[in-house]
Design a protein around this ligand. Structure first.
Ligand SMILES: Cc1ncc(COP(=O)(O)O)c(C=O)c1O
Length: 356
């Protein structure tokens, strides 16, 4: 039996979107391939509210995260972490020999504008990474406030991880001043895993030109240059199957309307939060809650694995806590094409299993 996924990626993918993955292949050096990739870039610009360039990568989001920190740090990176995926960005820096420092927040607490200001005023850093939506914590950082601080440091390249929030929460890249905004296909966009997408500002392009060892496959500058010269084609063979599905899904997203989509995510989040407050507690600071997933503190000490086993028997799957939070929290995702009735159905089944 297929289990309906309420995990924070991969997510349920609509059958019509899945079908697009089975579109017959075309050559990746022809005009139809250019058109497909150009169309996706135009639509992604709308989703990210940007005029800047879009890069596609046949990797998951981690590929572009690693590519960004390696390609665009000339001096030293300041990595702000509110959980596992922030920590991962620091590991990507150190394993690539990119000088970096990590600034960690307490569990469940955000990256604050003050933390960013404190670090940047030392003048040591020329690149900053921030997690927009930390999937391990269920926390959404105050990026509008962080953006105010970033405006004081116009030479610093700002990388933002929106892997689990893009297409589920409004992220106005140009207004915020984000230089590289990264996401993956398998979360709020609602596609299978296997592709990553980012924006790249001219500032980031100029910076990459000053970095001598950017690697090859994930060199953001070479991807950028190639699509300029070859009309949106890429140096290596991309996952055209993902592109067919992404192009189609972006049309669906625009048909729904971006604001309607973001509001749907907020409404689903509010229902799950209310349920969590009634029966448990919410893990992160309530002022910084994610709209795409809810991280529930396991205050009743329930057996999360057993709950998921029973949910599985009924055709549902949620996520346990991430890493050190494995049994201390559990996570319910409400993203992509998940609808309110799906959430209500899940919560009713959880009520029945837990005896609420
Ligand atoms: C916030 C966040 N950043 C980064 C990643 C890594 O993305 P990917 O698995 O697409 O490489 C994830 C994956 O869950 C994530 O949730």
């Amino acid at each position: 039996m297929h289990k309906k996924l309420f995990i924070p990626g991969p997510v349920e993918v609509r059958p019509d979107v899945l079908e697009k993955m089975a579109t017959p292949m075309i050559g990746h050096r022809g005009k139809p391939a250019s058109k497909l990739q150009r169309d996706i870039s135009d639509k992604m610009r709308k989703l990210f509210y940007t005029e800047e360039e879009i890069l596609l990568s046949t990797t998951s989001g981690s590929g572009l995260m690693e590519g960004a920190i390696r390609s665009c740090t000339a001096k030293r990176a300041a990595v702000f972490s509110v959980g596992a995926f922030g920590d991962r960005w620091y590991e990507m820096a150190t394993t690539n020999n990119v000088p970096a420092d990590i600034f960690k927040s307490e569990d469940g607490k955000p990256t604050t504008p003050e933390m960013v200001d404190e670090a940047l005023k030392t003048g040591k850093y020329d690149l900053v990474t921030v997690t927009h939506n930390e999937t391990s914590a269920g926390l959404m950082n105050p990026v509008e406030e962080i953006a105010e601080v970033m405006k004081k440091y116009p030479d610093v390249v700002w990388c933002l991880d929106t892997v689990s929030s893009a297409a589920g929460s409004k992220i106005e890249v140009d207004k915020l001043g984000v230089d590289i905004c990264i996401t993956s296909t398998q979360k709020a966009i609602g596609l299978p895993p296997g592709m990553a997408i980012c924006t790249m500002s001219k500032k980031a392009v100029e910076r990459a030109k000053q970095v001598p060892h950017r690697g090859l496959y994930l060199d953001l500058l070479s991807l950028y240059d190639y699509i300029q010269k070859k009309d949106y084609q890429y140096p290596s063979t991309p996952s055209l199957s993902h592109m067919y599905a992404l192009d189609y899904q972006l049309d669906r997203i625009m048909e729904e309307g971006l604001d309607n989509r973001f509001n749907r995510h907020i409404e689903m989040a509010e229902v799950v939060r209310a349920w969590a407050r009634e029966h448990f507690e919410i893990f992160p600071d309530e002022r910084y809650l994610s709209n795409t997933l809810t991280n529930v503190k396991n205050t009743r000490n329930i057996d999360v694995a057993d709950l998921n086993k029973k949910l599985g028997e009924r055709g549902f799957q949620i996520a346990n806590g991430y890493g050190k939070l494995k049994d201390k929290t559990f996570r319910i995702a409400h993203m992509a094409d998940c609808q309110m009735e799906d959430i209500k159905e899940l919560l009713a089944v959880m009520d029945e299993i837990l005896g609420f």
